[in-house]
Design a protein around this ligand. Structure first.
Ligand code: S3P
Length: 425
């Protein structure tokens, strides 16, 4: 792959309005459920990025019938069949884990594979419960092979809070005999549950358990809200550099809004104006600016972790500008993301002059730090690359991010949007 270098220079102001790219998690799910829906679906404003395009290409190879138009994809009723070649999932954990679950009871053969980063990510966490359901699935790491097998429902207590594992089991439950119940150790993002509910699939939720009975979704029709995980980079830039930044039409599902709690705890000013609800997903406009003169240190642990798991890289950048030691604990899952995010963030922040203590399950970061521009590695991780780009806005000298092509997995116009809101000098 083409290695791209992103160079960021310090800016004096950062303000304006942005509609962040559409939600990645919701786009993947809307594509998959539309592909198997009784009456098809329309996905408006899907995220156009490498990860979601990989899901769409996999579905096409599996025989899904759809038409891609400007700003929407329309799906027609079809039945998924065995794919002739391997299904390419690229960098996307959501694609490989959710598709494996979906396909395991559909009577198809499939081989799912991915890039260097995805090939290192653990798959036993889905393979094990799917096998308990009777699935013929193999691969503790990608590639994964799926062969036809009849499934039966199980009750499964998940050892880690993971929406991808929960969703893989629920999607398998759509074609299993009897009831399938998943119990989570802490609430993770619930987009799959909300979408299934709105597509009239029988699903019951009680506390931390979700129960599903076999069904075919009726129809999906939605406009995908903006992704709070992409908005996060601009929120932190606003909190540090002053803002104000208005973020339009952002998904504010409460299982995803942990970052808003942390920004407020740090003393940033955050206002949320709820605008609409899209297939069970609340959507709002957000306004973020630096409130207090001094940003306070913050502490992330426990049930808050799954509510901001993808925002920890950028929150570690925020921590460098807070007055004291901020801590992140109970976040061992960061070690098995697109990169080992504890390691990659600690490495890059140290290079930029920050004092970071590393734990097995998190980090302690001392602020306020005077950042110095440095050459840092993205390690095939879009969120790591974007986090260092934001740090570069308030570092002294130039920051060079190597491997910045990975940003295209979730936020292709990141660089142009960053430059549009920044005032240099
Ligand atoms: C996702 C769930 C999270 C998140 C990932 C997307 C999803 O992963 O980190 O970026 O779409 O379900 P886990 O479910 O593994 O925690």
């Amino acid at each position: 792959m083409n290695k791209k270098k992103l160079v960021v220079a310090p800016v004096s102001e950062f303000w304006g309005e942005i509609r962040p790219p559409s939600d990645k998690s919701i786009t993947h799910r809307a594509y998959m459920l539309s592909a198997i829906a009784e009456r098809g679906g329309v996905v408006r404003l899907p995220l156009e990025s490498e990860d979601c395009d990989n899901t769409l290409a996999c579905l096409k190879a599996l025989g899904a019938s759809f038409r891609r138009r400007e700003e929407e994809v329309e799906f027609y009723p079809s039945a998924l069949t065995s794919a002739p070649g391997a299904l390419w999932c690229g960098n996307s954990g959501t694609t490989i884990r959710l598709l494996t679950g979906l396909l395991s009871g559909l009577g198809v053969h499939a081989r799912l594979e991915g890039d260097e980063s995805l090939s290192r990510r653990p798959m036993r966490r889905i393979v094990e419960p799917l096998r308990q359901m009777g699935a013929d699935v193999e691969g503790d790491y990608p590639p994964i092979t799926v062969r036809p097998a009849p499934l039966h429902g199980i009750t499964y207590s998940m050892p880690v809070a993971s929406a991808q594992v929960k969703s893989a089991i629920l999607l398998a439950g759509l074609s299993a005999e009897g009831e399938t119940t998943v119990v989570e150790p802490a609430p993770s993002r619930d987009h799959t549950e909300r979408m299934l509910e709105s597509a009239k699939v029988p699903i019951e939720r009680e506390g931390r358990s979700v129960r599903i009975r076999p069904a075919r979704p009726d129809r999906i029709e939605m406009t995908v809200p903006g992704d709070i995980s992409s908005a996060a980079f601009f929120m932190v830039a606003a909190a540090v550099l002053g803002g104000p930044v208005t973020l339009k039409q952002v998904g504010v599902n409460p299982t995803r809004t942990g970052i808003l709690d942390v920004l407020k705890a740090a003393g940033a000013s955050v206002s949320v104006t709820v605008a609409s609800v899209e297939q069970g997903e609340p959507v709002a406009d957000l306004l973020v600016e630096r409130g207090a003169q001094t940003l306070e240190p913050f502490h992330i642990a426990g049930d808050l972790v799954p509510r901001l798991i993808d925002e920890i890289p950028i929150l570690s950048v925020l921590a460098t500008q807070c007055d004291g030691v901020s801590t992140i604990r109970d976040a061992r899952e960061l070690r098995v993301k697109e990169s080992d995010r504890i390691q990659t963030m600690a490495e890059g922040l140290s290079r930029m002059g920050v004092e970071v203590e590393v734990f097995d399950d998190g980090m302690a970061i001392r602020g306020p730090a005077k950042l110095t521009g440095a050459r840092v590695e993205a390690h095939h991780d879009h969120r790591v690359a974007m986090s260092f780009a934001i740090a570069g806005l308030f570092a002294e000298g130039e920051t060079e991010i190597l491997g910045a092509e990975t940003i295209a997995t979730s936020f292709p116009p990141f660089e142009s949007e960053l430059r549009r809101l920044a005032t240099v000098g």
